[in-house]
Design a protein around this ligand. Structure first.
Ligand code: FRU
Length: 515
């Protein structure tokens, strides 16, 4: 550690202690029970997600001194069940010239008993020189570092890529390395092409020299694929994007394969700058994935993308990252928040000195029909208290309803639900429209002072309605429709906690959760 990180560490710990003692004096009704949240201040992307020796690690973008954001360091929480998290001291600080304006997002690689990290060193030069911070005034390096379990700190930072290593027609926005090691058969194929066994995807913004109004005009999001034999020297293997420009920047890329016959290859990105239908009616930025035919690392044989699918169509979901658990499950966690959204927010937690959380970890699978699904990890079921089974109408209110898991399934022998309407905390409507085959999340009061804190309505097609699951944790609601083929996540700040469900012909199961 140097003087900068020593002092940042002391200041962070002092801020965390002060927050903990003020919560001890006055409990905060909006702290979550089983989600990762900042000890104090601001949280955004999940970083370095992994499991090592049975322990799950969730690092996260962390600005402990200001609930509205600020200088980014990494926070750190560990868990054995993905739901009860122990917060460890912040392990990574922006303390070098190459990361002086923020230790930005990155990923973990567990190998040979070591937990290595790759992250973006953000440098933003002093204002006042006319910089636009897109093509001038900014640096984004990839830093390789090691998480030292004995000290709880990230050390031995080494720069492995700088802007000069990126294609000359990229802007200075290149970041968020996700690193993995190729497995068996693919590693052999890649080796023949001189690629691997380590691969890294980076999110990038390619410079567009044509006017925005043309199809290929304006800056364009893309993913850079770098390859390495030793994790130290990295060379550009490929750059991939959609044939038609799809937003100006792709943040937080991730690439993985889902077991199925044949395997489904997923390139996950968080695109910024999508406009027109359906994007204008959704969040300011999106998070979703393309299925990939071919190999992302193979420049000689360009891969093809399927359509872009949203991971989640709710108000609060961005910058997801996945990892493979030791039992082989692919688990996805996102920032339960969104950047640059002026119309809605989290004023009730900001007033209490903190903001944002991570989503519940979701297992990603391929269903028999080939569709990709996300579903809360099965560990959630161990939190369930005693089952309350309703007919097709159900209501609950009060303390146990603050944390609950609700499953609404068709009656035995039926394929699908006949209809669905739920009201959470008197203000959040969840409903299905059979004519449009669409599911809607709607806050009945759109004002900033309401439970939705300015959130209004999100509607997304889900096809015929088979089942619904709602997972609530004090100030969050995560909805999974049709076995997780669609999901909707929102923060909520209720004054009174209740849930009322009407689902003709359904079987409703309700469990209070203990967190
Ligand atoms: C996504 C993001 C990343 C960046 C990080 C900075 O939310 O903008 O691209 O690394 O947040 O906190």
């Amino acid at each position: 550690m140097n003087a900068t990180s020593k002092d940042l560490k002391l200041l962070t710990e002092a801020a965390e202690r002060a927050a903990a003692s003020s919560r001890a004096a006055e409990p905060d009704p909006y702290r979550l029970g089983f989600h990762v949240q900042p000890p104090t201040g601001w949280l955004n992307d999940p970083n370095g997600l992994c499991q090592k020796d049975g322990v799950f690690h969730a690092f996260f973008q962390y600005a402990p001194f200001n609930a509205d954001g600020g200088l980014k360091l990494w926070g750190h929480a560990v868990s054995r069940d993905l739901l009860s998290w122990e917060y460890l001291p912040a392990p990574l600080f922006p303390d070098h010239p190459f990361d002086v304006n923020g230790a930005y997002s990155g990923s973990a690689l567990v190998e040979d008993g070591r937990l290595e990290l790759f992250y973006t060193g953000n440098v933003k030069r002093e204002d006042g020189d006319g910089f636009d911070y897109v093509t001038t005034g900014r640096e984004a390096a990839v830093i390789r570092a090691c998480y030292n379990e004995a000290t709880g700190l990230v050390d031995t930072k080494r720069v492995v890529l700088t802007n000069t290593d990126y294609p000359a027609d990229d802007t200075l926005h290149v970041r968020d390395p996700k690193v993995w090691r190729l497995a068996c058969a693919e590693a052999e194929r890649a080796a023949k092409a001189g690629v691997g066994p380590y691969l890294m995807v980076l999110g990038a913004r390619r410079r567009g020299d044509l006017p925005e109004s043309t199809d290929q005009g304006g800056d364009a999001g893309e993913v850079l694929v770098f390859s390495s034999a030793d994790k130290r020297v990295w060379t550009l293997a490929n750059r991939v994007s959609t044939p038609k420009r799809f937003g100006f920047m792709w943040e937080c890329p991730d690439y993985f394969e889902l077991p199925a016959a044949p395997a489904v290859k997923i390139l996950s990105v968080s695109p910024q700058g999508l406009s027109g239908a359906p994007w204008d009616a959704l969040n300011v930025y999106q998070a979703g994935y393309f299925t990939v035919a071919g190999d992302v690392w193979d420049a000689a044989h360009p891969c093809a993308f399927g359509d872009f699918s949203l991971w989640d169509a709710g108000f609060d979901f961005y910058a997801p990252q996945s990892f493979e658990a030791e039992d082989g499950r692919r688990i996805l966690v996102a920032w339960m928040g969104i950047p640059d959204e002026p119309a809605y927010g989290n004023d009730p937690t900001v007033a209490r000195g903190w903001q944002h959380a991570l989503t519940v970890p979701r297992e990603v699978t391929v269903a028999a029909d080939g569709s990709v699904r996300t579903w809360p990890v099965r560990e959630v079921e161990a939190l369930r208290g005693s089952l309350d089974e309703g007919g097709d109408v159900f209501s609950a209110e009060g303390e146990p309803a603050c944390l609950f898991d609700l499953e609404v399934a068709p009656q035995p022998g039926e394929q699908r639900l006949q209809g669905f309407y739920a009201l959470v905390a008197d203000e959040l409507e969840l409903s299905y429209n059979p004519d449009a085959q669409a599911f809607t999340l709607r806050f009945t009061d759109p004002s900033r002072a309401s439970a939705g804190c300015g959130r209004t309505e999100r509607t997304w097609p889900v096809g015929e309605l088979e089942d619904v699951r709602v997972l609530a944790d004090t100030s969050s609601v995560e909805v999974f429709v049709n076995g997780g083929a669609a999901a909707f996540t929102t923060r909520i700040y209720p004054k009174r906690v209740s849930v009322n469900v009407e689902a003709p012909g359904a079987r409703i199961s309700f469990w209070p959760l203990k967190a």
